[in-house]
Design a protein around this ligand. Structure first.
Ligand SMILES: C[S@@+](CC[C@H](N)C(=O)[O-])C[C@H]1O[C@@H](n2cnc3c(N)ncnc32)[C@H](O)[C@@H]1O
Length: 274
């Protein structure tokens, strides 16, 4: 079947089909994310089946189920029980949750060092935007933040957001995690720092060149972007490629950059000229 100007109603129908498919039913991702993929991909395909295939491929890479997930119901019970015990039990459950997703698992053995290096540079923030957070907020016990620090977290996966808010509430913090596509709706909350960890290269795969406007739109003084030093298989060194990507994104902007590395993570401390 060939495409000839698909109407909005038809696109919404395709979106519903994906949302109700066995793969995405339980994940509960935002409708407008899938809709935006159809609108973005439509001009590049002549046949409807190619359009569907391209959207599903992009979506698979964005949601990235292959990176791993905890059993959300069980994790919620475990973290609640741990808070009834002691801080040691809380750290143990947080470690298990961090280990259930590839991005946080890789970082977990160096968490103390990771935050020390960051806060040494930017000081202790009073407000944080954790963008495309995954399960990273479960690193809170190692961050040693002030109790009043406002921790906003954003992800597209509803179950993840619910678990994070349960954890925030148990930690006597406001439940400030939001289900939000941050590329379609960049957070406009003023904060001391934004963390954008291990996602910038993947944003480029979703929409080449999208990072520049996104980074510029964030009302924060410090932007900390991290990228992995190797491919997931550990076979390819990615340092040069990822460094090039960051410098291309900020080309011509009067921002200061300091680069440092904590084990397998390359971190760029960007200071915006606000
Ligand atoms: C590679 S993981 C990184 C997680 C975390 N930043 C870390 O370094 O531990 C990417 C995360 O970004 C989320 N994500 C991808 N695209 C997003 C978007 N447009 N808006 C919000 N979250 C997004 C995914 O659901 C996933 O949890």
């Amino acid at each position: 079947m060939r495409i000839s100007q698909i109407s909005n109603e038809v696109i919404l129908q395709y979106v519903k089909e994906i949302l109700n498919s066995p793969k995405y039913r339980s994940i509960d991702i935002p409708e407008d994310l899938i809709e935006s993929l159809y609108l973005q991909e439509e001009p590049h395909h002549k046949r409807l089946q190619d359009l569907h295939k391209a959207v599903r491929k992009k979506l698979h890479n964005i949601v990235a189920p292959y990176l791993g997930d905890p059993d959300y119901k069980q994790a919620s019970i475990d973290i609640t029980n741990a808070f009834n015990l002691n801080q040691e039990a809380v750290r143990t459950v947080c470690t298990d949750i961090l280990n259930s997703h590839a991005s946080t698992k890789e970082r977990q053995p160096f968490l103390g060092k990771f935050y020390k290096e960051i806060f040494l540079r930017i000081g202790k923030p009073q407000s944080i935007l954790d963008l495309a957070c995954g399960l990273h907020p479960f690193g809170l016990p190692w961050m040693e933040l002030d109790q009043q620090c406002q921790y906003y977290a954003f992800d597209i996966v509803k179950e993840r957001i619910d678990l994070i808010n349960t954890f925030f509430s148990l930690s006597n913090r406001k439940p400030l995690a939001n289900q939000q596509d941050i590329l379609l709706h960049p957070p406009q909350i003023k904060a001391d720092v934004a963390f954008f960890f291990k996602e910038a290269h993947r944003f480029e795969q979703r929409h080449r060149g999208c990072n520049r406007n996104f980074w510029q739109s964030l009302p924060v003084k410090h932007l900390l972007v991290s990228l992995p030093t190797t491919s997931m298989s550990l076979r390819h060194n990615k340092v040069d490629q990822h460094r090039r990507l960051v410098y291309e994104i900020i080309q011509g902007l009067e921002w200061t950059v300091e680069e440092f590395q904590v084990e397998n993570e390359l971190i760029f401390w960007l200071q915006k000229d606000l």
